[in-house]
Design a protein around this ligand. Structure first.
Ligand code: TGC
Ligand code: FAD
Length: 391
């Protein structure tokens, strides 16, 4: 009989395959060496080093489930574990690999032509090129179909006009996946395009003073009569479900990542409470503190189990979009509560940057918002159950 392990009561990590365990170990070592020592400084200074993408590429975490063009060909549980380890350090790092893998490499590999795949995927996978995904606009967030960005067909290709807002990596990107509607803004006319930084009429700006996800550069993309060659249309998109297939993949990674942030803060709070003497005894001897730790352990482990189950179903190519909505909504909500309680256990010390918790807390405000807010996922689940839309 295996011995009970307080950290892994369901034997989740114990039951991973050898390869999954090795990948998790490698990513954890990479994070401890390359990311953890600089994260507090980089966060205070809004600093994202572009060269990190080459490092991410070299350890195989960009497009890691791809089995061509240099992808590491891992399964989806390994991809989840990668997101979990990266977000233990900071949600910004997980965001950068999520966007590149799920929102840039995935649409090119699934909806692109062979020429597009050969041209763009190798450099996106090895980290030489940085990608971004432009769906959201100032007045089209939860409802992207209200977008105003348009394409117009010409003899040579397409002309794009519009402004995308709140786009991860936009200010540092080389490759832009842009979603646009035809000039009459008909919802079903949605098409995806691959744009390059050098295209005339394309410019970006940085959103300054963002109080959350400070390491990750977020910005706007301005498209002023940008001429996009015919061969840069993503030819195999089939309407909105193609757009949403990218979001499903990103939301799955986010579900694991949020648990990474939560686990990190849980363990920081546990250790602190074991060492902090108050009322002449360690805080960890107090029932109220133990209840908080028990709640953290419970929510994290139940959520992790569901993440593994969902990853296994994705690997079987089963439809998991509802499972992913449940996970994205639940794990972000639970993670933010866990991190808030961890902050509480550290008292005033919980407010210090070097204790990491406040940074995770404010980051999770972004994570809870992007890729469908908590309430939008509630409405997705409600309409799926009742077949009645409440949007
Ligand atoms: P609706 O009419 O329900 O659906 C249109 C078509 O799409 C299909 N579909 C899906 N397919 C695959 N996966 C999903 N999750 C799908 N959801 C819907 C659907 O079956 C239908 O197909 P068909 O064949 O009948 O045409 O679409 P709607 O316009 O009513 O939209 C529904 C809603 C509100 C759920 C959707 O707009 C939504 O998810 N809104 C949230 C917006 C959002 O998540 N934006 C994310 C932007 S990217 C980002 O935030 C990146 S953050 C960086 C990072 O990830 O780290
Ligand atoms: P809104 O849609 O205006 O929602 C505001 C509030 O109203 C929310 O609480 C919401 O739940 C609620 N609400 C909305 N509709 C309803 C309804 N029908 N019923 C009840 N309540 C409702 N987008 C990209 O395309 N690419 C990116 O790379 C990207 N990166 C991002 C990075 C960051 C740091 C952030 C913060 C956002 C990013 N986004 C990106 C945008 C993100 O996807 C949107 O912010 C998100 O979809 C929510 O849209 P919104 O901010 O316009 O909020």
């Amino acid at each position: 009989m295996k011995q009970n392990n307080w950290f892994d009561p369901f034997y989740i990590f114990d039951n991973l395959s050898e390869e999954e365990m090795q990948i998790q170990k490698n990513i954890r070592e990479f994070c401890d060496k390359e990311l953890r020592p600089k994260v507090v400084y980089n966060n205070l200074n809004y600093k994202f080093d572009k060269k990190l993408f080459q490092l991410f590429g070299s350890i195989g975490v960009l497009g890691q489930t791809m089995n061509s063009h240099g992808g590491a060909d891992t399964n989806n549980v390994a991809y989840g574990l990668t997101a979990y380890e990266l977000e233990k350090i900071d949600s910004s790092y997980r965001s950068s690999i999520s966007v590149q893998s799920s929102l840039v490499i995935h649409p090119i590999s699934n909806f692109g032509s062979e020429e597009q795949k050969d041209k763009y995927l190798p450099d996106l996978i090895n980290g030489e090129k940085i990608g971004c995904f432009g769906l959201t606009e100032s007045e089209a967030g939860s409802d992207p179909s209200s977008m105003k960005t348009t394409y117009k067909k010409t003899l040579k290709g397409y002309v794009l006009n519009g402004i995308k807002n709140w786009i991860t990596n936009a200010p540092i990107a080389d490759v832009f996946i842009i979603w646009a509607l035809s000039e009459n803004l008909e919802k079903d006319s949605i098409k995806g395009f691959i744009l390059e930084k050098s295209f005339s009429g394309l410019s970006t700006s940085l959103i300054e003073n963002k109080a959350s996800l400070k390491i990750s550069p977020t910005g706007q993309i301005m498209l002023d009569n940008v001429i996009v060659p015919l061969e840069n249309l993503l030819p195999k998109t089939t309407g909105w479900k193609s757009v949403f297939s990218c979001l499903n993949k990103a939301r799955y990674g986010i579900s694991w990542g949020a648990l990474g942030a939560a686990s990190e803060c849980w363990l920081i709070a546990k250790e602190y409470s074991e060492n902090r003497i108050m009322f002449k005894k360690p805080l960890a001897t107090k029932q109220l503190i133990q209840k908080k730790l028990a709640d953290m352990q419970t929510e994290i482990n139940i959520a992790l189990s569901s993440c593994v189950l969902t990853g296994r179903e994705i690997d079987k190519n089963n439809d998991t979009k509802i499972a992913v909505s449940i996970l994205k909504r639940n794990n972000c909500k639970k993670a933010i509560n866990i991190v808030r309680n961890a902050r509480d256990i550290l008292g005033a010390n919980g407010l210090l940057e070097e204790n990491h918790i406040m940074r995770h807390l404010v980051n999770l405000e972004t994570v809870k918002t992007y890729e469908g807010t908590e309430d939008i996922h509630a409405l997705i689940l409600g309409s799926n159950q009742t077949k009645l839309s409440a949007f």
